[in-house]
Design a protein around this ligand. Sequence first.
Ligand SMILES: Cc1ncc(COP(=O)(O)O)c(C=O)c1O
Length: 373
Amino acid sequence: MDQSENKRFFPVSRPSLAGNELNYVTEAVRTGWISSLGKYVSRLEDEFAEYCGAEHGIAVSNGTVSLHLILAASGIGQGDEVIVPDLTFIACANAVLMAGATPVFCDIDPVTLTIDPNSAEACVTTRTKAIMPVHLYGHPAAMDEIMAVAAKYGLLVIEDAAEAHGANLDGRRVGGLGHCASFSFYANKNMTTGEGGIITTNNASLAARCRKLRDHAMAPERRYWHEEPGFNYRMTNLQAALGCAQFEQLEGFLKARRELFTGYSRRLSGMQGISLNRTRPNADNAFWMVCMEIEGISRDERDKLIERLKADGVDTRPYFYPMSMMPYLDEADTPVSHDVSARGLNLPSAADYTDDDLHYICEVITRHLKEGW
Ligand SMILES: Cc1ncc(COP(=O)(O)O)c(C=O)c1O
């Protein structure tokens, strides 16, 4: 198809904002509660934490500072190591560096793309303080195995659930499986507050410490008294208003994502050399991103394919690079992360794509795959 004739364009992601978003945000504006005080912040914290099976929710300004806040509140810093799967968004490593600690990269399971518990255990040293399993692209990590490794060495487990709101493992929701968890509400996530994040935990003292450090470590009993430095990591009531409206629709968004994946699977999984998201039998995938891996393709060829798909209106994105490839981070022996990173791409994954949209998208993908690269 000639590009000039092509009026259709399918971004890899876009938010659905057709619920109570405008009503709630308007109300926040009308009543003047536009900073971090206001009813929507506590409502979002309570509702989201309960949804995850956690007692405490601490809303913050994004899903990077939520990771940093957990580390800082847990006293993890200089001289400490945190084990992180190599294939994830760079925020994971950056949050560890922000805390003054060292990220140590382990490999992933080639089936689920989440942390490989054996590889994680092999990275434990006397300096290790925490493990950060990431529920990558919506698939829950092997939490029972990770919790067992953590118990053996006395480590904290921080779930990075930024990409997996609503995912389940054996019927238990992510966000309540580790000692604490971090979510992102960035606009491309399963639910959004524009920018934003939340920490969930059942640990009351960790929750209290996160709340305090979120607000410049102000003494809870004495206003404007600070015995240590803290941060301004607060979420605004405006953002939380958006989040409350999104939360009302979360189950619908998740259902739509499951159906989207089924539609892709029906149309693409018969193709030779192609594989889509693989979900473990005990897991409920939140399908944040539809994943496609191509056998035998190089990183360059994959990137050129991405350009050609985009020219035909199908926006995709490459899998993350292994973080250990970044020039400012330590190299790691993580062959699985390197292999899938080069061969994988995420397909248009918005919850509101129709069957007709999917028909077009898959027709373009199939045509380009048949042409080869
Ligand atoms: C796995 C993972 N962790 C952390 C983050 C950081 O979240 P934010 O962009 O809200 O800072 C993201 C965000 O995209 C992510 O995908």
